[in-house]
Design a protein around this ligand. Structure first.
Ligand code: FMN
Length: 194
C-alpha cells in the first residue's frame, strides 16, 4: 500500500476542488492507501527567491509552510497536486511550491540534454476543476504538468483528472451535478491497480 500526499493549491473550503479531493481520497483509502491532505491556503509556501543558498548545502532561507511540507514530500510515494484552474493554469500557490522544489535538486554528473540536476523520484497525479469545459480548457495546465513535473523533474505520471464544467465562483459549487466526483473516487481507488 502506498502513501499519498494531496497538496491543495487553492479553492473554496467546500468548493469544487475540495469535493474532488475528498472523493479521490475516499477512493484511495478504500484501496488501502494512506492519504494525507496539505493545504497551501492554510500553509503558505512562497515562491523561490533565487538566492541559491540551497545550492551551497544550506536549507532554504525562507521560513514558511515548506519546512512542514518537505518531510511529507520526502516520505510520500505519490504527490497529488490539486488546484482550481485560475487564468488557464495552476493556481499561483502550486506554481510557488514547484519553484521551491529547486532546493530538493541534486547535482547530476551526466545530465541528459535539457536537464541540469536530479530530483527525488516520486509518482505524481493532477486533480483540477474549472468553470469552462472546452477541449482547450486545461491545455496550459496539462502542458505545464507534463513538461515541468514529468519530463523535467522526472516524477512518474499516474494520471490527471481534469474536471471542467463545475460552475464559476459567482455561485455555488456545481461539481456534484457532474460525473467528476465518481470519477475521482475511481481514480483514487485505481491509482495503483494497473
Ligand atoms: C481567480 C479565478 C480565475 C479563474 N480562472 C478560470 C479560467 O481561466 N478558466 C475557467 O474555466 N475557470 C476559471 N475560474 C473558475 C474556477 O476555476 C472554478 O469555478 C473552480 O471550480 C473553482 O474551484 P473551487 O470551487 O474549489 O473554489 C476562475 C476562478 C477564479 C476565482
Amino acid at each position: 500500500m502506498k502513501r499519498l500526499l494531496v497538496i491543495q493549491g487553492g479553492g473554496r473550503p467546500k468548493g469544487n476542488t475540495s469535493q474532488l479531493i475528498e472523493h479521490f481520497m475516499a477512493g484511495a483509502r478504500a484501496a488501502g492507501h494512506t492519504v494525507e491532505r496539505f493545504s497551501l491556503v492554510t500553509h503558505e509556501v512562497k515562491g523561490c527567491l533565487g538566492c541559491n543558498a540551497c545550492r551551497y548545502g544550506k536549507p532554504c532561507i525562507q521560513k514558511d509552510g515548506f519546512q512542514e511540507l518537505l518531510p511529507k514530500i520526502q516520505t510520500a510515494d505519490c504527490i497529488v497536486f490539486a488546484s482550481p484552474l485560475y487564468f488557464w493554469t495552476f493556481s499561483s500557490r502550486i506554481k510557488a511550491l514547484i519553484e521551491r522544489f529547486y532546493s530538493m535538486a541534486q547535482a547530476d554528473p551526466a545530465p541528459v540534454l535539457g536537464r541540469y540536476e536530479t530530483y527525488p523520484v516520486r509518482d505524481c497525479a493532477l486533480l483540477m476543476t474549472a468553470a469552462d469545459n472546452y477541449f482547450w480548457t486545461f491545455e496550459q495546465a496539462a502542458s505545464y504538468y507534463q513538461f515541468a513535473l514529468i519530463h523535467y523533474i522526472g516524477f512518474h505520471d499516474k494520471g490527471m483528472l481534469l474536471a471542467g464544467g463545475c460552475g464559476d465562483t459567482n455561485g455555488k459549487p456545481q461539481i456534484d451535478k457532474t460525473p467528476h466526483l465518481k470519477a475521482a473516487y475511481e481514480f483514487g481507488k485505481g491509482l495503483y491497480q494497473f
